[in-house]
Design a binder for this molecule. Structure first.
Ligand code: NCD
Length: 340
């Protein structure tokens, strides 16, 4: 009886998935071809990605994987910066959809012989790669690559931004949004505080471009020397006052101090930072009674976030974020690469 019901539900979920993939918003998304930053997409397209991810999650819960959607297709993972979560989750997302992913080992590739991003993409394209996932230290790397390919043999390759400098990390913001929506239903009127080094953070920037449009009230809280002053935009308030940022917060997204992106002259007093900006159980006081903690990872335990709070299932959504990363990346690959 249970099995029959499950089969019926799986059929319904599969039908919903095909409906989403065949929708007019999906066609628009495929015409855009790339995923470079959240503000290149309209609300309907963003909601389509979130809904498709939720639908793929349902199918996973029904043991319907691997899906056969992208069989015979190849995507390349080109990570010019370190990554654990993002690269692995794109790779698992591809496998779950029946696609093949090849991971370019930058340290042993022809990049070391001076090959340009465009030539690397053209080479991969000539081998049948249809989507190229790129992480790079330069803010404009993904956008410039997409522009450079226009009019070339590689112009049909979808470029997917997996983190560019301090500028953008669209798949992270989308998975953060999905995780919070799952927790609270809708972000309408919810207070989301992004706490930590926002100045050097692509995660903060993509979330600032996404969350206000989803109804959230966004507060950015950093010490003055780590504040993203460029995020002074409608729907975002900026403060260095920790108590103010925590008051009534429904979600607190904690960020790492991104030493690798900072000017060498910037000296951070670790103890002072911990005293004033670390989030731990004792400092949750003024937040909503149902407050939840997020972090894109990697976490520097007991620096920006106490180990105890990070591991406390009552508050922490960090593992859910990691799991949801796979569904968001599956949704993006399915929406951009399916032939409909
Ligand atoms: C982030 C990144 O690389 O932008 N991590 C991630 O993708 N999960 C954040 C960070 O490095 O701090």
């Amino acid at each position: 009886m249970g099995t029959k019901l499950d089969e019926k539900k799986t059929k319904t979920d599969t039908a919903s998935l095909f409906e989403l993939l065949g929708s007019s918003a999906a066609k628009n998304l495929r015409e855009k071809k790339h995923l470079l930053e959240v503000d290149h997409l309209d609300k309907e397209e963003l909601e389509l990605i979130l809904k498709t991810a939720a639908c793929l999650k349902e199918l996973k819960n029904r043991d319907a994987y691997p899906l056969d959607l992208l069989r015979g297709k190849h995507l390349a993972l080109t990570f010019y910066e370190n990554s654990t979560r993002t690269r692995t989750s794109f790779s698992i997302a591809a496998t779950n959809l029946g696609a093949n992913s090849v991971s370019l080992d930058i340290s042993t590739s022809s990049v070391q012989k001076g090959e340009s991003l465009k030539d690397t993409a053209l080479t991969l394209g000539a081998m049948g790669v249809e989507a190229l996932v790129i992480r790079h230290a330069s803010d404009q790397a993904a956008e410039n690559l997409a522009k450079d390919l226009v009019g070339s043999r590689g112009e049909n390759i979808s470029i997917i931004n997996a983190g560019a400098g301090r500028h953008a990390h669209p798949t992270q913001a989308l998975l953060d949004c999905l995780t919070m929506q799952e927790d609270c239903g809708s972000l309408e009127g919810k207070k989301v505080t992004i706490l930590g080094d926002t100045k050097y953070s692509r995660v903060a920037r993509s979330n600032a471009r996404l969350l206000p449009g989803m109804g959230a009230k966004l507060t950015i809280c950093s010490p003055a020397y780590l504040t993203a002053t460029d995020l002074n935009m409608p729907g975002v308030s900026i403060t260095s006052n920790f108590e103010e940022a925590m008051t009534d917060a429904d979600f607190v997204m904690v960020l790492r101090i991104q030493l690798e992106r900072q000017e060498e002259s910037l000296k951070i007093d670790r103890d002072d930072y911990i005293r004033n900006f670390q989030l731990n159980h004792d400092r949750l006081g003024a937040a909503s009674s149902t407050v939840k903690i997020l972090h894109p990872g990697p976490v520097n335990r007991d620096l920006e976030l106490s180990s105890a709070l990070m591991d406390d299932p009552k508050f922490s959504l960090i593992e859910t974020q990691v799991a949801n990363g796979i569904f968001i990346r599956m949704a993006i690959l399915a929406l951009l690469m399916t032939d409909c």
